[in-house]
Design a protein around this ligand. Structure first.
Ligand SMILES: [Mg+2]
Length: 134
Protein backbone atom coordinates (compact mmCIF):
# COMPACT_ATOMS: atom_id res chain seq x y z
CA UNK A 1 0.00 0.00 0.00
CA UNK A 2 1.21 3.48 -0.88
CA UNK A 3 1.46 5.74 2.13
CA UNK A 4 0.72 9.46 1.96
CA UNK A 5 3.15 11.78 3.69
CA UNK A 6 3.34 15.51 4.16
CA UNK A 7 6.80 16.89 4.87
CA UNK A 8 6.87 20.43 6.22
CA UNK A 9 10.21 22.16 6.40
CA UNK A 10 11.36 25.56 5.20
CA UNK A 11 14.79 24.26 4.19
CA UNK A 12 15.11 22.51 0.87
CA UNK A 13 18.00 20.34 2.03
CA UNK A 14 15.78 18.85 4.74
CA UNK A 15 12.85 18.32 2.39
CA UNK A 16 15.12 16.55 -0.09
CA UNK A 17 16.57 14.31 2.59
CA UNK A 18 13.12 13.37 3.87
CA UNK A 19 11.95 12.70 0.33
CA UNK A 20 14.86 10.30 -0.22
CA UNK A 21 14.00 8.44 2.97
CA UNK A 22 10.24 8.33 2.41
CA UNK A 23 9.83 7.83 -1.34
CA UNK A 24 10.19 4.02 -1.20
CA UNK A 25 7.08 3.90 0.99
CA UNK A 26 4.69 6.19 -0.84
CA UNK A 27 3.76 9.65 -1.97
CA UNK A 28 5.34 12.73 -0.43
CA UNK A 29 3.82 16.20 -0.47
CA UNK A 30 5.71 19.24 0.75
CA UNK A 31 4.99 22.41 2.66
CA UNK A 32 7.43 25.27 3.20
CA UNK A 33 5.60 27.00 6.04
CA UNK A 34 2.87 26.37 8.58
CA UNK A 35 0.12 27.99 6.54
CA UNK A 36 0.84 25.56 3.71
CA UNK A 37 0.66 22.68 6.20
CA UNK A 38 -2.85 23.67 7.27
CA UNK A 39 -3.86 24.17 3.63
CA UNK A 40 -2.48 20.77 2.59
CA UNK A 41 -4.26 19.09 5.50
CA UNK A 42 -7.55 20.77 4.52
CA UNK A 43 -7.14 19.67 0.91
CA UNK A 44 -6.44 16.09 2.01
CA UNK A 45 -9.65 16.16 4.07
CA UNK A 46 -11.72 17.52 1.19
CA UNK A 47 -10.32 14.87 -1.16
CA UNK A 48 -10.81 12.19 1.50
CA UNK A 49 -7.17 11.21 1.04
CA UNK A 50 -5.85 11.74 4.56
CA UNK A 51 -2.15 11.78 5.26
CA UNK A 52 -0.76 8.76 7.07
CA UNK A 53 1.82 10.97 8.73
CA UNK A 54 2.84 14.62 8.75
CA UNK A 55 6.48 15.46 9.45
CA UNK A 56 6.45 18.91 10.96
CA UNK A 57 9.37 21.27 11.43
CA UNK A 58 8.84 23.84 14.20
CA UNK A 59 10.84 26.82 12.96
CA UNK A 60 9.18 27.93 9.74
CA UNK A 61 8.16 31.32 8.36
CA UNK A 62 4.59 32.68 8.10
CA UNK A 63 3.20 30.23 10.66
CA UNK A 64 5.46 28.07 12.81
CA UNK A 65 5.01 24.36 13.45
CA UNK A 66 3.36 24.73 16.86
CA UNK A 67 0.78 27.15 15.45
CA UNK A 68 0.10 24.90 12.46
CA UNK A 69 -0.37 21.89 14.74
CA UNK A 70 -2.75 23.82 16.96
CA UNK A 71 -4.74 25.01 13.95
CA UNK A 72 -5.11 21.48 12.60
CA UNK A 73 -6.18 20.13 16.00
CA UNK A 74 -8.72 22.96 16.31
CA UNK A 75 -10.11 22.25 12.84
CA UNK A 76 -10.31 18.54 13.64
CA UNK A 77 -12.28 19.34 16.77
CA UNK A 78 -14.64 21.59 14.80
CA UNK A 79 -15.13 18.77 12.31
CA UNK A 80 -15.92 16.32 15.15
CA UNK A 81 -12.92 14.18 14.34
CA UNK A 82 -12.21 12.25 17.51
CA UNK A 83 -8.72 11.93 18.95
CA UNK A 84 -8.31 8.39 17.62
CA UNK A 85 -8.77 9.66 14.08
CA UNK A 86 -6.62 12.77 14.28
CA UNK A 87 -3.87 12.99 11.70
CA UNK A 88 -0.60 11.56 12.98
CA UNK A 89 2.13 14.14 13.38
CA UNK A 90 5.84 13.72 14.03
CA UNK A 91 7.77 16.82 14.97
CA UNK A 92 11.19 16.97 13.32
CA UNK A 93 13.14 19.89 14.69
CA UNK A 94 16.46 21.25 15.80
CA UNK A 95 14.71 22.63 18.91
CA UNK A 96 15.60 19.92 21.39
CA UNK A 97 14.18 21.67 24.44
CA UNK A 98 11.60 20.28 26.85
CA UNK A 99 9.18 23.19 26.52
CA UNK A 100 8.71 22.65 22.81
CA UNK A 101 8.50 18.88 23.17
CA UNK A 102 5.95 19.14 26.00
CA UNK A 103 3.92 21.75 24.11
CA UNK A 104 3.81 19.42 21.09
CA UNK A 105 2.88 16.30 23.05
CA UNK A 106 0.04 18.20 24.73
CA UNK A 107 -1.41 18.86 21.27
CA UNK A 108 -1.15 15.18 20.40
CA UNK A 109 1.84 14.03 18.42
CA UNK A 110 3.34 10.60 17.81
CA UNK A 111 6.99 11.44 18.12
CA UNK A 112 9.41 14.31 18.66
CA UNK A 113 12.53 13.81 16.58
CA UNK A 114 15.52 16.09 16.85
CA UNK A 115 17.70 16.87 13.86
CA UNK A 116 20.05 15.87 12.33
CA UNK A 117 17.75 13.66 10.34
CA UNK A 118 18.68 10.11 9.71
CA UNK A 119 17.09 7.28 7.83
CA UNK A 120 17.08 4.89 10.77
CA UNK A 121 15.15 7.26 13.09
CA UNK A 122 12.53 7.85 10.41
CA UNK A 123 12.08 4.24 9.34
CA UNK A 124 11.96 3.12 12.98
CA UNK A 125 9.12 5.57 13.54
CA UNK A 126 7.24 4.17 10.54
CA UNK A 127 7.64 0.69 12.04
CA UNK A 128 6.56 1.86 15.50
CA UNK A 129 3.40 3.34 13.99
CA UNK A 130 2.77 0.13 12.05
CA UNK A 131 2.88 2.04 8.79
CA UNK A 132 5.52 -0.31 7.44
CA UNK A 133 6.38 -3.88 8.32
CA UNK A 134 9.44 -4.89 10.26
MG1 LIG B 1 12.93 25.30 9.87
Amino acid sequence: MQLQFLVADDMEINRTLMWKILKPFGKVDFAHDGAQVVEAWQTSQQKKQPYDLIFLDLMMPVMDGQAALKKIRDLEQEADIDTGHQVKVAIVTSLGDWDNALESFKKGIEEYITKPLDREKITQLLRDLNLIEN
